[in-house]
Design a protein around this ligand. Structure first.
Ligand SMILES: Cc1cc2nc3c(=O)[nH]c(=O)nc-3n(C[C@H](O)[C@H](O)[C@H](O)COP(=O)(O)O)c2cc1C
Length: 272
């Protein structure tokens, strides 16, 4: 065979395959290395986001800003909170998990760490409830509880709404409610994120005279001076199912199967 016929044939099948596989290999190494290297940054961003959501629910961070009126940053403001794990069955604080790394939503998927709810119990339509959750507590200079922020969730129309319910130090007055993840229709159920709708929540009472969850989302409000008025928030127009979902989730998480026992236990300590 003449030498010229042995020259490198770059379009031969072997060579095309070799180049294609090499390119795939290099690309997959680059993508996996980037994914591994960016993991800590992603985690840090998620934590920062979570801190912002908690602070916004507590009314400590204005909408659309990541500093408060005095210029305090998210990290500075969040450092005023203590993060504690709570056993939802007993309503007591627990050291069984590390609240800094514990994920209550992941725990709710694990039968060993959660409780299956009956249809009657499951008014928030969450299926299983984690046995341990976490709370964010802010105390004033005298040590009295000033704010408590609770993670809450429940089904709307299209999916689960995830958010935080913040209470004042009396543990029965709402300081704010905000959702950080929801799939409701923009302009209808998605109005749960509308600052004007959210502005109605601060000051709402969560328990009636007998200590039962009493928040009600209504199409027409009771007269301001009537006893029912303090439990009421406007329904979302054209979104009855999302509205009912929000009412149910607030009632569930402030009730006996949610943070009800914990809030009762804490009541005695709230005025130090
Ligand atoms: C495209 C589309 C999107 C909708 N999105 C929502 C929604 O996000 N939340 C909700 O409660 N209802 C939503 N609805 C309306 C519900 O199907 C249902 O009609 C409504 O909850 C009844 O509320 P109303 O009694 O206030 O009219 C949607 C309807 C359509 C056609």
């Amino acid at each position: 065979m003449p030498d010229s016929d042995k020259t490198f044939n770059k379009e031969g099948l072997k060579n095309v395959l070799f180049v294609a596989i090499s390119v795939c290999l290099v690309c997959s190494i680059v993508v996996s290395t980037a994914a591994v290297m960016l993991k800590p940054q992603q985690r840090a961003n998620q934590e920062y986001d979570q801190k912002q959501n908690i602070l916004r629910a507590a009314g400590m961070l204005p909408e659309g800003s990541n500093v408060d009126a005095e210029g305090h940053t998210v990290d500075e403001l969040f450092s005023e909170f203590e993060v504690r794990a709570v056993d939802l069955k007993t309503g007591e604080f627990t050291d069984a998990v590390n609240p800094d790394s514990y994920d209550p939503i992941a725990a709710a998927k694990d039968p060993a760490m959660s409780t299956d709810l009956t249809q009657q119990q499951d008014i928030a339509t969450i299926g299983r409830r984690e046995d341990i959750s976490e709370v964010y507590i802010r105390r004033n200079e005298q040590g009295a509880i000033d704010k408590v922020v609770l993670p809450v969730r429940g089904y709307g129309l299209w999916g689960t709404l995830f958010g935080y319910l913040a209470l004042e130090g009396d543990l029965r007055t709402v300081a704010g409610l905000g959702f950080y993840q929801q799939k409701e229709t923009p302009g209808l159920g998605g109005e749960v994120d509308n600052p004007m709708w959210k502005a109605q929540w601060p000051g709402v009472s969560i328990y009636d005279e007998s200590g039962d969850p009493a928040v009600e989302l209504v199409k027409s409000r009771s007269p301001k001076d009537s006893p029912a008025a303090k439990y009421e928030v406007d329904a979302l127009s054209g979104a009855t199912l999302t509205t009912k979902g929000v009412e149910n989730l607030v009632r569930f998480w402030t009730g006996e199967l949610g943070f009800g026992p914990f809030l009762k236990n804490l009541q005695g300590q709230s005025t130090a």
